[in-house]
Write a protein that binds this ligand. Structure first.
Ligand SMILES: *Cc1c(COP(=O)(O)O)cnc(C)c1O
Length: 362
């Protein structure tokens, strides 16, 4: 067994801390399909208030949360506009089409950044009998495959104003919106106010084992409750999970700043080694994308070599590796991981394990 230095594949790999496990074990529960789980109800009210929206609905996953939102906003045959690297089009296995009959049209973004003029020019709010009607614009903050980038609140406001004028709602995939709020100092509610609905994850950097929250207006959430059950996401004594999420809000929100700091130090340390590059301007939160185009390494080759030295990461394209920070990676582990990455990049792929070939995982 290779001793693990740091598991930087994703911020989903965390395990409940002793305090979180205790909160889960002592949670008051009831049947939430009947609306009788007090811990879930309290969490829903808390997050609705935190985001300044009317209502919220606890969801098993971020994917279901997004997909239920899409299905409520968009009728079969209508379209959603989003960035070409959006999680909803790249990493939810075609659910919008497979389950909802929803079509998508994407714009080519710049690592998750947004020019609001682009979707506003693309949209067709009423396509009549010839064109597909745009029923939703979707944005992602922070942007996962963009490298944890943040769309600033003023930019989101410009989009919101244009969409409102056109009568097209906005859904915000805020799986890591917490990170955006901590990194920019803009309150979560300021981001949330620019969207008609949003989805937040507790299972990423916040460190809960499971759980997401869909947020929006009262009528939207009532409809979402029906679609959640229809999609198989009606959960029973799920207060055990809501308790973990609630604990995460109490104890793990402010510490996200540490993850951002560790990611940034790591990025500075590895960028330039052996010709590899990190776009430091885009290193805003807890994700680092390492570009290998100018190196002899392939993403899968480097990931395999890193794995052999106890550093776990994920290839995102054939020439790009993603590293993600979370509460189970200490500063020391992060520095050690950076040293290993620099070491390998500087040495180059070993003769007996060529770095070539291999398609990146999503
Ligand atoms: C992780 C993630 C989701 C949801 O993922 P699940 O694994 O289904 O909880 C949605 N959007 C983004 C941007 C994500 O990073």
């Amino acid at each position: 067994m290779i001793p693990l230095v740091a598991d930087l594949r994703s911020d989903t790999v965390t395990r409940p801390t002793p305090g979180m496990a205790q909160a889960m074990a002592s949670a008051q529960v009831g049947d939430d399909v009947f609306g009788e789980d007090p811990t879930v109800t309290a969490l829903q009210e808390r997050v609705a208030e935190l985001t300044g929206h009317e209502a919220a609905l606890f969801m098993p996953t971020g994917s279901m949360s997004n997909q239920v939102a899409l299905r409520v906003h968009v009728q079969p045959g209508q379209e959603v506009l989003c960035d070409h690297l959006a999680h909803i089009v790249r990493a939810e296995l075609g659910a919008a089409a497979a389950l909802g009959g929803i079509t998508t049209r994407t714009w080519v973004g710049d690592r998750g950044r947004l020019d609001p003029a682009v979707p506003l020019a693309l949209m067709v709010p009423d396509g009549g009998a010839y064109f597909v009607s745009t029923a939703l614009v979707e944005v992602e903050v922070t942007h996962n495959f963009g490298g944890g980038t943040v769309i600033p609140v003023p930019t989101l406001r410009t989009l919101a104003q244009g969409c409102r004028a056109a009568g097209v709602p906005v859904h915000l995939d805020g799986a890591r919106l917490w990170h955006a709020a901590v990194a920019t100092g803009s309150p979560l509610a300021d981001f949330a106010a620019t969207a008609d609905s949003l989805s937040l994850c507790f299972s990423k950097g916040l460190g809960a084992p499971v759980g997401s929250m869909l947020v929006g207006g009262r009528a939207f959430i009532e409809a979402a409750r029906i679609w959640r059950k229809r999609y198989g996401g009606g959960m029973r004594q799920v207060g055990v999970l809501a308790a973990a999420a609630s604990y995460a809000l109490d104890h793990h929100l402010d510490r996200l700043a540490q993850d951002h700091e560790h990611a940034r130090s790591f990025a500075r340390a590895v960028s330039g080694a052996g010709g590899a590059r990190v776009d430091l301007d885009r290193c805003e939160t807890n994700i680092v994308l390492l570009d290998l185009d100018e190196t002899p390494w392939s993403a899968t080759g480097l990931v395999a070599a890193l794995g052999a030295r106890g550093v776990a990461a994920l290839p995102t394209t054939p020439t790009q590796v993603r590293f993600v920070w979370h509460l189970d990676v200490s500063r020391e582990a992060s520095e050690q991981a950076a040293a290993i990455v620099v070491d390998l990049l500087t040495a180059g792929p070993a003769g007996d394990s060529p770095g070539g070939g291999g398609e990146g995982a999503p």
